[in-house]
Structure formats: C-alpha cells, structure tokens
Design a protein around this ligand. Structure first.
Ligand code: NAD
Length: 507
C-alpha cells in the first residue's frame, strides 16, 4: 500500500487487513492543494469492538507480555531500524496527509525512530526492585506488569510522532493496543502497522481502526475490556474521554492543548530571541500544542521587538510541501481554517489589533487551506485570544516589567504545557523557570524535546506523561510480591474451642 492508495482494506484487526464492516470509506486530501491522497476504510463501532476483542484475547493469551522484556526491547530497536530504512516513504505519506514541508516530516520520522530506540533500550532495564521488608525470612519485591489493553488516540498535527510516543512504551511494557489516529491523517499509521506485521509482532497485539472519533474512537474509552486510554488532542475531546472512561474506572492519560508563554526579557540575546519567537509561533503554521502563542516582551525592548517580529512574519513564505522555498504550510482542513478565522475575528471584536496577517492565502495559495502568519497586539487581559488555543499561526503580544509581572502573566492561563524564558542572566532564568507552571520550560530556546525527558502538562493541558521514565510507567502496573519463606502461627485469633488444649480438656 502506498500513501496515495485506494486500497480500502486499511483497518488492521487481529493480524488481518480488513475493510469496514459497512463498506464505509473516507477520502483523504492534501491540505496544500486539496488533491486526493487516498481512500481509506472508515471503521464502524463494531469494527472497533472487534479490534478491542482481538487486543483483549492477545493480551489474555500472554502472546506478547510473556516475551521477555529485553526481547521486546530488541523488537522495538528493529522497528526503529526499519523506520530509518523506510524514512522517505513514511515522510512522504505524512506530508501528503498534513501538508507540512517534506523536510519537517523527515525530521519527524527521525524523532519517531529515536523514540522507538529509546523505549527499546528501556524495555529490559525496568526489571522491578527488591524491597527490604526488615525480616530475613521475607522476600519482598516490586514487579512492573503491563497495564493490559490500551486505546491509543492521536491527533493530526504530528500524526505518527504522537502515536509513536504511545505505541513504543505500550509495546515495551508488554501491552496490546488499538490505535485510532486522526481521521484526517491515517496513512503513516497504516505504514506503521505494516512494519509491526512484517517484523512478526503476534496477531492481535497491534490493531488499527480509522475514522471519526465519535464512532471509531468512542468505544475505546467506553469498553470495559480496555484497561487504559492514552489520548492526545483537544481539551473538549479530552473531557468526553475522561467522563466516559470514568464509568469503567480506566487508567487514562490526557495530553491536551497549551497556551504557551514565550517570555522575552530586555537583556535577552535580541536576534536569537526574535528568530526563535518566529519559530515558536509559526512553525507548522502554529499547529503545535507547545506553540509559543503568547509572546510576553519586557517594556524597554517591546516596541522594537514587536516591530521586527511583524516585519519578519510578513516575509514568511507559505507554500506547497515540496517547494524548497516554502517555510511553512497550510492549516489541516477548511473547517480548521474557519475556526482560526473566527478566533481572530473574535479577538478583533474584543479590541485586539492585527499587526500582520489575519487573512487567507491568495493566488497559488488559494488552492489550499493557507492562513497568513498573524500578530495581534492590544489584546485585553481575560480576552478569548489570551485564554484559548488558536492552533494556527496566531501570536498575541503582551508587555511586562520585571520578573514578578513576567511570571504573573506567564501563569495567567488554565493551561500549563510549555513555555520559555529568554534572558542572559542565568539566575533570573532559573528563578523564572522554576516559578512557571508548565510541564516543560525552555531557557533561551523553544520547542526542543528529548525522548528521555518527560513530556506533559499542568492544569488543563492534561495529566500523565509521555516519554522519559514516566512515559513507560504509564503503561505499567506496579505489583508488590511478598513472600514469607518461614510462615508461623501468629495466634492473632485464638482457637477458643481448643484454648485449654487440643482435646478441649482443661490441662
Ligand atoms: P481532537 O481532540 O479533535 O482529536 C484528537 C483525536 O481524538 C482524533 O483522533 C479524533 O478522531 C479523536 N476523537 C474525537 N472525538 C473522540 C471521542 N469521542 N472518542 C474518542 N476519540 C475521539 O484534536 P485534534 O484537532 O486532532 O488535535 C489538535 C489538538 O491536539 C490541539 O488542542 C492540540 O493542542 C492537541 N495536541 C496536544 C499535544 C500534547 O502533547 N499535549 C500534542 C499534539 C496535539
């Protein structure tokens, strides 16, 4: 199957490629030009229930969990190697679905291979621990068992990367799973299943359902046979999933949105801060959960910094993903562009001023879902544009004086995914970073992450962590095994019938 395939047996259930049970399909279109990329199966609830049954049966048979952890790790290393071999094909598929620049998809594929390699190496190293029970006749130990059947739900902005952050630790831990990628971006998930199949993962361990969240995805949080749901996406969907998962008391991890502050002090390296502020706000047209969408600039440099930001933002070259001159691409869909358009209109209604952008792409860009890089200033505190994610190329500007006000503004959000502080004063950078309420804080940088460092949010950005040690723990249950090698009668409860002797006679 290739990215532009019209093969509609694209659900992977119990080790077999299958079409939707009602024959439903969905067209996938390239957001840069609206061209047809492929037609894939659209799963029904019954298809997802079949996938859950397959994952449950595979887990209960122990087909994967009984494979020694170091061997599971070796398997993940093989996946990483195969992804590197097939990088071009995967990157092309990701780019056609998302419209992002090919070079960005290539970077994503490297990151995905690195995530598999990281969890591959981790798998064998987390063998539990012995606990000192304070009694020489007791052997007490902690073992980490797989949680069980996992529902993995991913968004469209980094389709395979977000899925990989879930698939790799789930497999490392010995779980089975059902992956539900965004209905808009299915192709790299299909390719990923091909790799897992070809490398010999037992049937039923990895399952793929495609389609609308409310149909193909919903059973994952509702069904009693799913033990864990790991979701990356928007807050409103996260709420629905949390409520529905509560009914069967599942473990859940929610990686939600962000409204991330990028704090620039007057003593920052101006050029580096400016360059990175553009990157923070506009890379992938702002469709990044950790986008630096709230720019906070210290008063003494604010005017110059914002003027330069606007000057540079106007020059950003939008275009198709294969044009080497392109610096950023389109929004994912016409519906999403309508949302961003309405968001900016509301900001203006609430008093914000558009310094640049605020319109759709024209000319050649009119074929796709392009929206121009947009800078908003004069944004009132507590207005929607400061509180809610645009998830598009929109940055708001606020100004501050001194550390306390910087921290107050940075933390004035219900979200807490990420943020950055720019200053050449090391002490100040550390103080501010510590006071910022976010899962990741960059000092004099924006956007880098490491597979070995936990990723996740405070507050409305969700809970649970991906990557790092905690990223594996999400997929494990800790079990305490207490072994008394020298059992004794304790006489906690007395045998009253025999308290005067075995024959019941007073002695
Ligand atoms: P979304 O919430 O609309 O959809 C995410 C996924 O959930 C999709 O696969 C969708 O089909 C599925 N879904 C929708 N309703 C469902 C339901 N009732 N049951 C089960 N699944 C359902 O999000 P999106 O528009 O695809 O992605 C954008 C959002 O994702 C943004 O808010 C962004 O900040 C967030 N995001 C967060 C991170 C992070 O690491 N915190 C990373 C990437 C994206």
């Amino acid at each position: 199957m290739t990215a532009a395939s019209t093969d509609t047996a694209t659900l992977f259930i119990d080790g077999a490629w299958t079409a939707s049970s009602d024959g439903g399909t969905r067209e996938i279109r390239n957001p840069a030009d609206g061209e047809l990329v492929g037609v894939v199966s659209e799963a029904t609830r019954e298809d997802t229930e079949k996938a859950i049954a397959a994952a449950r049966a595979a887990f209960d048979r122990g087909d994967w969990s009984s494979v020694p952890a170091p061997e599971r790790g070796d398997f993940l290393l093989k996946v990483a190697a195969r992804l590197r071999e097939r990088k071009d094909e995967f990157a092309m598929a990701e780019t056609l679905d998302t419209g992002k620049r090919l070079v960005e998809s290539e970077i994503d594929m490297d990151d995905i291979a690195n995530a598999f390699a990281y969890f591959g190496k981790m798998a064998g190293s987390n063998a539990g621990r012995v606990v000192d029970a304070g009694d020489a006749s007791v052997v007490s130990r902690i073992e980490y068992e797989p949680v069980g059947v996992c529902g993995l739900i991913a968004p469209w902005n980094y389709p395979l990367l977000q899925a990989a952050w879930k698939i790799a630790p789930a497999l490392a831990a010995g779980c089975t799973f059902i992956l539900k990628p965004s209905e808009l971006t299915p192709h790299t998930s299909i390719l990923m299943m091909q790799v897992l199949e070809e490398l010999g993962l037992p049937r039923g361990v990895a399952n793929l359902v495609l389609g609308a969240g409310a149909v193909a995805g919903a059973p994952l949080s509702e069904h009693p046979d799913v033990d864990l749901v790991s979701f990356t996406g928007g807050v409103s969907t996260g709420r629905i999933i949390a409520e529905s998962a509560a009914k069967t008391v599942k473990k859940i991890a929610l990686e939600l949105g962000g409204k991330n502050p990028n704090v620039i002090f007057a003593d920052a390296d101006f050029d580096a801060a400016l360059d990175n502020a553009l990157n923070a706000a506009f890379v992938h047209s702002g469709q990044v959960c950790s986008a630096g969408a709230r720019l906070l600039v210290e008063e003494p440099i604010a005017e110059r910094f914002v003027d330069e930001l606007v000057r540079r933002a106007k020059q950003i070259r939008l275009g198709g993903p294969f044009d080497e001159a392109t610096e950023t691409g389109p929004l994912i869909s016409p519906e999403h562009r309508e949302k961003v358009t309405a968001y900016v209109a509301k900001a203006v209604e609430e008093g914000a001023r558009i310094r640049c952008g605020g319109t759709w792409g024209e000319g050649d860009l009119a074929k796709g879902w392009f929206y121009l890089p947009t800078v908003l200033d004069n944004v009132k505190r507590a207005s929607n544009a400061l509180l809610e994610e645009a998830f598009g190329p929109v940055v708001t500007v606020e100004t501050f004086n001194g550390e306390d006000e910087a921290v107050e503004l940075a933390n004035d959000t219900d979200y807490g995914l990420a943020g950055a502080v720019w200053t050449q004063d090391a002490g100040k950078s550390q103080r501010v970073a510590r006071r910022m309420r976010a899962g990741t804080v960059w000092i004099n940088d924006f956007h880098p992450y490491l597979p070995q460092a936990e990723w996740g949010g405070f507050g409305r950005s969700g809970f649970g962590r991906e990557l790092g040690l905690a990223g594996l723990s999400e997929y494990q249950e800790a079990k305490h095994i207490y072994h008394n090698t020298n059992p004794q009668v304790t006489n906690w409860f007395t045998d009253h019938e025999n308290e005067n002797g075995k024959d019941g006679q007073a002695s």
